[in-house]
Design a protein around this ligand. Structure first.
Ligand SMILES: [Zn+2]
Length: 436
């Protein structure tokens, strides 16, 4: 099966615009509202609720947090730091409060970034009862002494943590895991981009008729959500032969790879081979530099082969976790490029077998119309397919898989797919599954 790469960048970007303003956290209405919008695109998506207080491995599902309003009234009577204007103004999981406090007391609950004075930072306090507001340093400096009215209309009640999954069945029970997280308020690259790209990849995969592998699509809040998902689904997840956490995939800068803990796993090999050969400016990070849900999926006593292919890695751009990671930071072009990379990765995983030529020694390609009649050594640029074919056959004796052969040839395994297809059509090739 050959994957066609559609133009979806604009649709993915539109979805990002639609869900950007929702107030997400690790629990609450914002997560459900986000998933309901995704369900319109992926009707078979299953939503699950795990009650507050439930044990998940070493953790406990917290109380559910919801907010209807939050703001300050300044000594001059102005409404400032309005949650309804930008939900980043409120520290995540802030307790309800309706109090007048002095500026000195208020100061202890204000968060800003001196080194990025235009940006409102993103701050949460999930596991310690607290309240706070986030403000740009520029605005902070304008605040006057005096009494401020603090209003936070939030609730922390027994409720549940919400996650969603979708299993797209292929021929094999072996699974590819694709996951993203759904817990950040209004920030585009980290994290809305991951949710949106995953939705459109899942839509694409759902329409494919002859998938070799099954695809597990998972949306959950970061950290506690991943831990919850793994604890509830560990037996099924053991079918995972490769997986990726989708995050920071909407900007149009160079790609990054955060490697899975197991060095030679398929996720690492395929992603690195494609990025290295087709996107040579990509940055490679070892597993030790991971910071998102790769940590949980590759966690102690879990060890699933999960890596992450991103654009600019979380924590490595100035706008990260601030109000400046907004809809201007991501673009249809950025999404389209990321979509392409993931489709290429999936295509290679689907085609990764040990290939073995049925002939002894080099087959006669000319009589099968696989080699030009006028014989000359092919020019790499003009006749890349022939050049690749000539080299592929040298290694096609069942000892190396497709990615390993691509590594020998210093090319992306994606470029070998049409070679494999041509040889298969001419009944020259046998294939054997890679045991994973
Ligand atoms: Zn984040």
């Amino acid at each position: 099966m050959n994957f066609v790469i559609n133009n979806e960048g604009k649709n993915i970007h539109n979805l990002a615009k639609e869900i950007f303003f929702i107030n997400r956290s690790i629990t609450g209405k914002g997560v459900r509202d986000t998933l309901k919008i995704i369900k319109k695109i992926l009707p078979k998506l299953n939503l699950y609720e795990i009650k507050s207080g439930s044990k998940v491995f070493d953790w406990t599902i917290p109380l559910e947090w919801n907010v209807s309003d939050a703001y300050l009234i300044s000594p001059q009577g102005q409404k400032i730091l309005d949650f309804k204007k930008n939900n980043l103004h409120l520290v995540g999981y802030s307790i309800p409060i309706n109090q007048t406090v002095s500026f000195d007391k208020l100061k202890k609950h204000l968060h800003f970034k001196k080194d990025f004075p235009d940006a409102i930072p993103y701050v949460t306090s999930y596991y310690k009862k607290n309240w706070g507001f986030c403000i740009s340093y520029k605005e902070y400096k304008k605040l006057k002494k005096g009494n401020y009215k603090v209003v936070i209309k939030s609730s922390l009640k027994k409720g549940s943590l919400t996650y969603a999954d979708l299993l797209i069945k292929g021929k094999s029970r072996k699974e590819i895991l694709l996951t993203s997280y759904t817990c950040h308020p209004s920030m585009a690259n980290n994290e809305v981009s991951g949710i949106c790209l995953l939705t459109y990849l899942a839509k694409y995969l759902s329409k494919q008729k002859k998938l070799r592998y099954s695809y597990r699509i998972v949306f959950h809040p970061e950290t506690i959500g991943a831990i919850t998902y793994i604890s509830k689904n560990f037996k099924k997840l053991k079918q995972t032969i490769a997986g990726y956490v989708l995050s920071c995939v909407g900007d149009n800068k160079d790609f990054s790879l955060v490697k899975s803990k197991t060095d030679d796993c398929l996720s690492n090999r395929v992603a690195e081979n494609i990025l290295k050969n087709s996107y040579p400016n990509f940055k490679k990070y070892e597993f030790i530099e991971s910071g998102s849900d790769e940590r949980r999926y590759c966690g102690p006593n879990i060890n699933l082969p999960v890596a992450s292919v991103l654009r600019t890695k979380y924590g490595c751009y100035k706008e990260y976790h601030t109000s400046k990671d907004d809809l201007n930071f991501i673009s249809p072009k950025g999404f389209q490029g990321s979509y392409e990379v993931y489709i290429k990765i999936i295509s290679v995983i689907e085609k990764n077998y040990f290939y073995r030529l049925k002939t002894k020694c080099e087959p006669n390609l000319g009589k099968r119309d696989l080699y030009p009649i006028i014989s000359k050594w092919p020019d790499l640029k003009a006749e890349k397919k022939i050049y690749n074919l000539m080299h592929f056959i040298l290694y096609a004796d069942g000892k190396l898989d497709l990615v390993q052969i691509a590594e020998k040839l210093n090319i992306s395994a994606y470029e070998l797919i049409n070679v494999v297809d041509s040889l298969t059509n001419k009944k020259l090739l046998q294939k054997k599954s890679v045991n994973l």
